[in-house]
Design a protein around this ligand. Sequence first.
Ligand code: PLP
Length: 407
Amino acid sequence: MITINEHYLKLQASYLFSDIARRVAAFQANNPHVEVIKLGIGDVTKPLPPACIAAFHQAVDEMADDASFRGYGPEQGYAFLREAIATHDFQARGADIQADEIFVSDGAKCDTGNIQELFGQQTRIAIPDPVYPVYLDTNVMAGRTGNYKDGRYEGIVYLDSTRENNFVPSLPTENVDLIYLCFPNNPTGSTITRAELQTWVDFARDNKALILFDAAYEVFIRDESLPHSIYEIPGAREVAIEFRSYSKSAGFTGTRCAYTVVPKECRAYDSKGGTQFVHPLWNRRHCTKFNGVSYPVQRAAEAVYSIDGKVQIKELADYYLENAAHVRQEMARLNFNFVGGENSPYVWINGGRDSWEFFDMLLNKAGVVCTPGAGFGRCGNGYIRISAFNSHENVQKAMARIHQALS
Ligand code: PLP
C-alpha cells in the first residue's frame, strides 16, 4: 500500500491569495465601473532591462548555430556568471566570496525551500513572524514541526518581529540550530544594521547554529550604512548561507534566475559532534536534483553586471522606490504608523484594526487591493502590506483614492 507523507496533512491551506481574489471578484461584480488597482502581490511590473534583453537575444542566436550551440551546462552555473557574481556582488563590497562558492539556480524560492534537506530531522528551527511562508512550510513538509495549534506550528521557535523591536527579531532565549533571516524583509520592508546582524552571527558561532540569510531584496538598499550581504559581517563565512535572486532586482520573476552562496568554511555537525562542511553537501544535492539554468538566461543575468546593466537595474529599483516613497508620504499624511519602503519595495502599515477589516475598507472605499498582514503570521495581524510594484500612475491614483476615502 502506497502511503503519503503525513506531514503534508499538517500544512494549513494558504487561503490568503485565493481569499483576496474572491473578495476582489465580488467587489468587481458589484462595482463594474470601478477600476481596481492591485498593490498586493509582490510581482514586478516593468520589463527586463535592455542590457539583459540584448544578451538574451544573442545567446538564443548562439543556440541556433552548430558552432556555438550548448547542451547541458554545469549544474552550479556557468563560470562567466559565477565569476561576475563573486566580483560584483561580493568582492566589490569587501566580502570574501569566490566564484566556486556560488550556486546558480532557477529561484530563491526553490533554494530557500530545498536547503533544509541538508540538516538533521531534530534540527531546532527559528523562523520570524511575520514571514515569507516558504521557510515554514518546507520544514512542516519535512516533519520538523508538530501540529498547527492556535495559529502556530508546535516545535518551531517563532521570532516575533513587532513595532517594539523595530521589526528586527531579538535573539532567541531557547536553543536553536537553524535560523531564517530575511533583510530587507518581506513582508515588513524592515532592514537590519551591521551591529544587529553581527549579534546574530556571534549567536550562531557561540551556539553552533547556522543562519539562512535571504537577501532577495538587496537591490533596494539605499542607506549605505546597511549591509547588503551577511558576508560583510566578520565571522559569517562559517555560519551563514545567503540567497539572492534576479527576480526583483532585474525583473526575472518570469525568466527565473537566482543563486545561493555557500562558503567553503560553512559548517554543520554530524551526530557525533564532528564538523561537516555544508558546501560539498549542497553541491551534491544541486548536481543530483537540478540540471542548471538555461544558457540564455544565465547570459541575461550576466548582463546585469555590465556597465549599462548596472545603470538599468538601479533605475528599475529607483522606479519602484519612488512608488514606495509616495505610499509612505500618503500613509504619513493619514497618520498611520508604518515601516519599510525606504530600502524595500514593501510598506508595512498598522491600520489600528484587524488586517482583513483594513483590507476590505481599502477595497470597498478606494478600489485598492493590498495584502492583509495576518496572512504572513500571527504578528502580522493589524497590519497590511502595500507593494510598490506597479506603475507611477497607478500608485498615484491609488494613494489619491485612499486619501479621499479616509481623510
Ligand atoms: N525570498 C523572498 C523573501 C521573497 O519574497 C521571494 C519572492 O517573492 C523569494 C525569495 C522568491 O524569489 P524567486 O523569484 O527567486 O524564487
